[in-house]
Design a protein around this ligand. Sequence first.
Ligand code: NAD
Length: 436
Amino acid sequence: MSTIGVIGTGYVGLVSGTCFSEVGHQVICCDIDEAKIAKLQRAEIPIYEPGLEELVKRNTNLNRLSFSSDIASVIHRSDVIFIAVGTPMSPSGEADLSYVRAAAAAIGQSIRDYKVIVTKSTVPVGTGRLVQEIIRSNQSDPSIPFDVASNPEFLREGSAVHDCMNMERAVIGATSDRAAEIIARLHDPFRTTIFKTSLESAEMIKYAANTFLAAKISFINAIANICERVGADVTEVAKGMGLDSRIGNKFLQAGIGYGGSCFPKDTHALKHIADVSGYDFKLLEAVIETNDKQRMLVIEKLEKAIGNLTDKKIAVLGLAFKPNTNDVREAPSLTLIPKLLEKGARVQAYDPIAVEEARCYLPDSVVYTQDLYDAVRDCDACVILTEWKEVVTMELDHIRELLRKPVIIDGRNCFALERMRQEGFEYYSIGRPEVL
Ligand code: NAD
């Protein structure tokens, strides 16, 4: 079996590397962040992903998975090298490829025999060719052959291990049949659908898929906003739409919009790719704008419910951009909490696992509680930003007793309207009638 090297041990690199080892491959994960590698060598997992810790420990003990910050040695020992470094949004909206460029340069400097270099990071069309050029220009012996390929990652944070172990498809865009076949064989144990494409198409598939999902979310949110105005209930509307197999019921949950490390940056990156290619992607522009506005509904609804926010104490439930992750990148909480503070409110925040991350981005005046009920105590209103299990299953009668006023602004439509009426709340959700 091939030895796999993974460059970049973040959400994608660590999870996919671990899953490749779980199915029997030899995997070495490396990162420039030496502290992260040192932690992993002590079997401490730097991110929260259900099931990940167990898999890392098992495969490390079986000597199938190891961690290193010596990139040259990882390249020497690997047959296939996956690039899984970050591609964050640059100020222009375009994907920042500096980490990909650095990884490609390091590979070029260390390559001694045939390798397949696979980009797993989400990158604009043309990046595979760029990686090829960078490797070539950094090789001390340009006669050493290598192939480049694109194998975009589709896992979702919060269920990343499950998604990786049960991947629905592996998209492989390679520059040679030999490379495509090597990558396809690596996926044999996953028993997944292999879809071979050109390098360019594989790169485009990832952006097209993510922006389509983002569009679905913005679409249902726009429908939700109309529902509020005309007296319909978006949960019923979405269910009725989703019963049509051409539409499907996934990604039709109205709320305060998408966040996270992928959709915001990938929608902007594709918009930039379209602009540069000369196509005015108005539809995508509207998807982004709809999403940006959607999260602000929380503030509007809160002011409608309790008036001026000066000196009001607000409980914020959920800081992570979605449940089951500690990732707060582009989470609604990072925009909304500063807005609440700016308006003079005081914020008590609860999240089961993302507090440490959120603290790095939020003002010091935010008070964090370990217990959900402590966050709600003596607050003028409670705002739900993430549909954590702890939030969805909270004891509503206790919450009502702890709040100064029984007001809940639910950005994730966690509760049935009838139940909230019976529990005696003033309840504002998204795209559904108010409970007053
Ligand atoms: P991340 O920020 O969690 O991890 C990136 C890692 O790469 C960091 O640990 C960083 O230290 C390391 N790194 C940067 N430069 C390096 C270098 N030159 N050599 C070695 N290591 C280096 O990022 P992520 O969330 O894992 O995302 C990685 C890529 O995968 C992005 O392009 C992203 O769009 C894509 N992706 C992410 C997800 C997701 O859910 N997070 C899903 C699918 C695709």
